[in-house]
Design a protein around this ligand. Structure first.
Ligand SMILES: Nc1ncnc2c1ncn2[C@@H]1O[C@H](COP(=O)(O)OP(=O)(O)OP(=O)(O)O)[C@@H](O)[C@H]1O
Ligand SMILES: [Mg+2]
Length: 475
């Protein structure tokens, strides 16, 4: 706040100086006018000839000023000297157009390096030519005026020397008092435990800061939920990892003791399968963490793509698996359908849905991937006629590590959680329902369709424009 004050101060001095000069001029100008009028009364025009009868006492009166020098002269308008102080410069008054005899005018001029203030008036007879008019001028130096102006400026500025420091002190005091709650709040936050996510007490917080603290507390609440979810996830993940690792250890110990080469090979095969399973779990955990974080730029980029084409490619990749399991894997679509999305993530989503459908459908079953599109939406559907899902389980299966039948089928329970996370990043929601057409289940994800922006209207055809403007050719 000091900087603006320091800028305003010189400005205020300049203004004060200007107005003080105006005020100081006023009474002294008035006195000067009276002098002019007094001398003009002593000048008589007789048949156009000026006669000056200034008593000596009047001259003495003019010279009586203590501070300033006063001069006067009587001249004709075209510059002839008649009476008064000889060395006072004779001005060129012929240029002045709007003049009225008897009116008193004021002007400033310089004489011998001194500033002079002039009051002057014209005397004339009715028939006299303008250049012969008589001019009476009285001038005085500006010492008195300057002194008065300086006094006015000083009387305005001097109190400011006291008022401004006082104001600064008051502002300082007020601000530091007003900001004290903020400092206190800062200290509270600074001295907090790194892991402390409990809300900040709003009890001693000033009214203006309350919304801020409340918003901050809400953020803390969200963060707390997030951290809890993460901790739960890490605990679950560790637990899930432990099971296959324990299995591997047991199998390895078993293999060490084994003498029969055939049985040893069997044990090693089981170890290989166990390693595969653990590897898949690690991959899924990574996928989920990456999808949630969305940290890699390749995963954040959403761009228009043909979903039908993408699903077709995924289905082609899974054909061999389907054939091995003896399942009829089909693909249906009615041509390209555009959505905006991330190809990498959408492929991951489709892979998990197809994997589930193939995994939970026995040999001889059917799995169909379908793309249905209308103007505003595009629906991905993966239908199977496998073991199906009950209405109660339909919501639960999207939770992490949740599996309906953990004992008889294999898996980590992360597939649908990944699907849901990716769907959410595409402003959508995935669902798994009992198949309305009979046995099995249907997984669905609905996306918003994308349409290319309308092309700009074609530029006017130059030739047609030319023809329209030129006059018709012909007889
Ligand atoms: N098409 C389906 N038909 C019947 N049940 C299903 C189907 N898809 C998923 N489920 C049920 O939902 C559960 C969760 O599926 P999710 O894909 O999340 O995990 P998972 O398949 O068990 O393991 P993974 O993480 O290896 O995919 C499954 O255990 C299964 O019981
Ligand atoms: Mg799965």
């Amino acid at each position: 706040m000091l900087a603006p004050l320091l800028f305003v101060w010189p400005l205020s001095i300049a203004f004060t100086h200007y107005f003080a000069n105006n005020v100081a001029n006023f009474p002294y100008d008035q006195a000067l006018r009276e002098h002019v009028a007094a001398i003009a009364r002593q000048v008589k025009l007789v048949n156009g000839k000026p006669m000056l009868t200034l008593p000596a006492s009047a001259r003495a009166l003019l010279r009586a000023d203590e501070t300033d020098s006063v001069y006067f002269h009587v001249i004709t308008r075209d510059g002839r000297f008649l009476a008064g102080d000889k060395d006072l410069p004779i001005p060129d008054l012929l240029a002045e157009m709007e003049i009225i005899p008897g009116e008193i005018y004021l002007r400033d001029a310089e004489f011998n390096g001194q500033d002079l203030r002039f009051a002057y008036t014209y005397l004339a007879e009715p028939e006299m030519p303008k250049e012969r008019w008589v001019v009476v001028e009285v001038a005085e130096t500006t010492e008195k005026r300057n002194q008065l102006a300086n006094k006015i400026v000083a009387s305005v500025i001097l109190p400011q020397f006291i008022i401004i420091p006082l104001a600064v002190m008051l502002v300082w005091f007020g601000l530091s008092r007003g900001l004290r709650p903020l400092t206190r709040l800062r200290k509270t936050i600074e001295t907090r435990d790194p892991g402390d996510l409990s809300p900040i007490a709003t009890r001693r917080v000033p009214e203006e800061l309350e919304p801020l603290v409340e918003a901050f507390n809400e953020m803390l609440e969200r963060m707390k939920k997030n951290v809890e979810a993460q901790q739960r996830f890490v605990a679950d993940a560790a637990h899930q990892m432990r099971t296959p690792l324990t299995g591997l250890k047991t199998q390895a110990q078993f293999a060490i003791r084994e003498k029969d080469p055939e049985a040893l090979r069997h044990a090693l095969r089981q170890i290989a399968t166990g390693v595969d399973r653990a590897g898949r779990l690690v991959n899924q955990l990574l996928t989920l963490a990456r999808t949630e974080g969305g940290s890699e730029p390749a995963q954040q980029r959403h761009e228009p793509l043909d979903l039908a084409q993408l699903i077709r490619e995924v289905v082609e990749e899974w054909v061999m698996v389907a054939i091995e399991k003896g399942i009829d894997l089909g693909y249906e679509s009615s041509g390209p359908v555009m959505i905006t999305g991330n190809a990498f993530l959408l492929r991951e989503l489709a892979k998990n849905l197809v994997d589930n459908a193939l995994r939970y459908t026995p040999t001889g079953g059917h799995v169909t991937c379908r793309i249905l599109g209308n103007f505003s939406t595009v629906m991905l559907e993966v239908e199977d006629d496998g073991i199906g899902i009950s209405e109660e389980q339909a919501e639960l299966v999207f939770e992490r590590f949740y599996r309906v039948d953990d004992a008889t089928t294999e898996g980590s329970g992360l597939g649908l959680a990944i699907v849901q996370e990716i769907a959410m990043q595409h402003d959508s929601k995935a669902s798994l329902r009992p198949n309305p057409r009979g046995r099995g289940a249907v997984a669905r994800v609905v996306f918003a369709a994308w349409h290319p922006p309308a092309p700009p209207p074609p530029p006017p055809d130059d030739f047609s424009e030319l023809y329209r403007q030129s006059p018709p050719i012909g007889p």
